[in-house]
Ligand binder design. Structure first.
Ligand code: G6P
Length: 625
């Protein structure tokens, strides 16, 4: 297996107090409510007792922390995939050479390789594969310089060193940093990864979200990008990276811990749909060379030569990931010119598939643990195929057992129904299409067009999400409906099935996906005035065809909800309701079009009072065949 692994969500919790509380206990308890953010490894540090780290989640850490481990302050971390495998050595917090500076980090230091080289040349020794460790050494380097008679007061050197280091790193971070020389002081910084400060009585906190803080205080300050906060038990000061002081008013949070985990949203599903723009950015980060129209997929480099010779790809997946695979089939065949088949993980073995070394079996799986998909990978391996993965969960079985792959970087998906993972899978498939396409006949011009439009997606998704109240209204309008049809063609054919699946999973009503062209071969018989059709009819190469399919539905008095391209007035005359989405490339249109369907399923089920995040009879990760 060879995947390249950056960040992602991870949980940070740090504490400093002067009120007799045991920091170790506060931190370990707090980590429990952050566990949803990551659980592949965990660690804790206090200046009094040092660091304890372990693979696994909080329970493992609790078992490993020795009796008598204590402190008045400290930092703790739960990791979800950073650079390197989930081992004890790669777990956070990371330290400098002397074990004086300790850093818990969420994000990715993009220039860590060049910094590491520079610091190694100066004599720093690195023990892990983590990008975070570089930050600890960089701070150490600045501390050494500042302490060497720079005129900076002793009480200021730590914060000055941190500011200098953060000004040198590129990438994203949410950090909590501690220095043994000033054990009561904590420093937090934010650039792209959320950080919130908790302001208590003679105690202060740093966390990735307010959930571990709320039990102690409701008074919080959310940091903005570029903020650096210095905390002692009695004070908190916020600077900009330029050292300028910032005045940011605290707010009182009226949330409980669960609401805080959900970022204030009612359900994880909505929160995860709302994360769409960020998810696309994370999936794309560092992987698009826009000016050359190339995709850089580090996790595929080790098999790049084999991939040049691949003559066929079989995508294997289950559930939502299977629909991502179907969209991938259209992308890869149209733009990379490689024949693709998509197979349900649960069916693959029964076909007695004919495979050879020129076949790649590509597994798509959020969890990386779905038993049927895994069985398909093993079957592929047994028959000599190259096995690849598009996987979200780092270090999962599918990630480990495939020869190479691409990680999604979508962060943990908590809601059982998959939403943000799908967007990320579709984005990864577009990158894979560029990668394989440019190895073959795809022109630089097409590569550049795809690259440009991929970059535009987050902004377009922001727009769609800003219009979500429209979908909410639609869900109310159709609240009593028991049956729905979803239709789409070409790239949006699989999205019709995904729209129906979302609605079924969340609200237990009858919903069917149908290739729009197939309506007349059977499905049309069901249509009548109480059987609405959701039609994906964005402006693309099959627009006229779908438009005419909608006319067939209208002729049978079936109500139509259209997902259409902004500015399309014709569709508004035909459909009963229209939800507009911005225009994008046809191959990327599923990434935008699926979002209103996810929102529709969400609001429709929520209004029925159902537990949207945990639909009856379903599990997030199906590890039995
Ligand atoms: C379960 C989940 C689905 C998911 C499917 C595949 O059925 O409820 O949301 O799409 O498994 O999961 P995977 O982790 O392999 O993507």
């Amino acid at each position: 297996m060879c995947y390249i692994v950056p960040l992602y969500m991870c949980g940070i919790f740090a504490y400093t107090g002067r009120n007799g509380k045991d920091a170790a206990k506060v931190l370990l308890d707090g980590l429990v409510s952050l566990e949803y953010r990551g659980y592949d490894s965990a660690g804790i540090f206090t200046p009094e007792s040092g660091a304890v780290k372990t693979p696994g989640a909080v329970l493992e850490l609790k078992k490993k922390v020795p009796k008598g481990f204590k402190g008045k302050s400290g930092i703790a971390h739960l990791r979800w995939a950073t650079h390197g495998e989930p081992t004890e050595i790669n777990a956070h917090p990371h330290s400098d050479c002397e074990g004086e500076v300790w850093v818990a980090h969420n994000g990715i230091i993009e220039n860590f390789k060049e910094l590491k080289k520079k610091l190694s040349a100066k004599g720093h020794t690195f023990v892990s594969e983590s990008d975070t460790e570089v930050l600890a050494h960089l701070i150490e380097e600045h501390l050494t310089i500042l302490r060497r008679g720079s005129g900076v007061a002793k009480k200021d050197v730590f914060e000055r060193a941190v500011l200098a280091a953060l000004n040198e790193v590129r990438g994203t971070y949410g950090v909590a940093i501690q220095y043994k020389g000033e054990p009561e002081k904590l420093i937090a910084g934010r650039m792209g990864s959320p950080i919130v400060l908790g302001l208590g009585k003679k105690e202060h906190f740093i966390a990735s979200d307010p959930s571990p803080i709320l039990k102690h205080t409701k008074k919080v300050v959310f940091l903005n990008d570029g903020d650096v906060a210095v905390l002692t038990p009695k004070s908190h000061t916020i600077y900009k990276l330029s050292s300028e002081l910032v005045n940011r008013e605290p707010e009182e949070l009226d949330w409980n811990a669960e609401e805080a985990q959900k970022g204030g949203y009612e359900h994880f599903m909505l929160k995860e749909v709302m994360e769409a723009p960020e998810v696309i950015e994370n999936t794309l980060r560092g992987r698009v060379i826009a000016e050359k129209g190339l995709a850089k997929l580090g996790g595929l480099e080790s098999v790049a030569k084999e991939l040049e010779k691949i003559e066929r790809i079989i995508i294997v997946a289950c559930g939502t990931a299977y629909y991502a695979g179907l969209v991938g089939e259209y992308m890869l065949e149209e733009f990379a010119g490689i024949p693709v088949e998509v197979e349900l993980g649960s069916e693959f073995r029964y076909r007695s598939p004919v495979l050879n070394q020129r076949t790649a079996v590509l597994a798509i799986s959020q969890s990386g643990e779905t038993a049927d998909t895994l069985a398909a990978v093993r079957e592929g391996k047994k028959k000599g195929a190259l096995t690849l993965g598009i996987v979200n969960a780092v270090g999962s079985t599918i990630a480990r057992e495939t020869d190479a792959g691409v990680y999604n970087h979508a962060g943990p998906e908590i809601s059982v129904v998959s939403t943000k993972a799908l967007l990320s899978q579709l984005t990864a498939l577009a990158l894979l299409t560029m990668f394989l396409g440019r190895q073959r006949k795809m022109s630089a011009k097409i590569g550049k067009d795809i690259a440009r439009e991929l970059r535009n997606l987050p902004e377009k998704l922001e727009k769609i999400l800003a219009w979500r109240a429209e979908v909410e209204k639609l869900a109310k309008k159709y609240a009593g409906t028991r049956d729905f049809m979803f239709i789409g063609r070409k790239y949006n054919y699989p999205i019709a099935f995904e729209g129906a699946l979302k609605l079924k999973e969340c609200s237990y009503v009858h919903a069917e996906g149908c290739g729009a062209g197939e309506l007349k071969h059977g499905h049309l018989a069901m249509i009548f005035e109480d059987f609405p059709t959701v039609a994906l009819v964005t402006k693309d190469s099959v627009y006229e065809k779908v438009f005419s399919n909608i006319q067939q539905v209208k002729a049978r008095k079936g109500p139509v909800i259209a997902v259409a391209t902004e500015g399309d007035e014709e569709i508004a005359k035909l459909a009963d309701d229209v939800f507009y989405v911005p225009k994008t490339l046809e191959m990327l249109s599923p990434i935008l079009n699926v979002v209103p369907l996810q929102l529709f399923a969400y609001y429709f089920a929520r209004d029925k009072g159902l537990n949207v995040d945990r639909p009856r009879n379903l599990a997030k990760s199906v590890t039995v065949e």
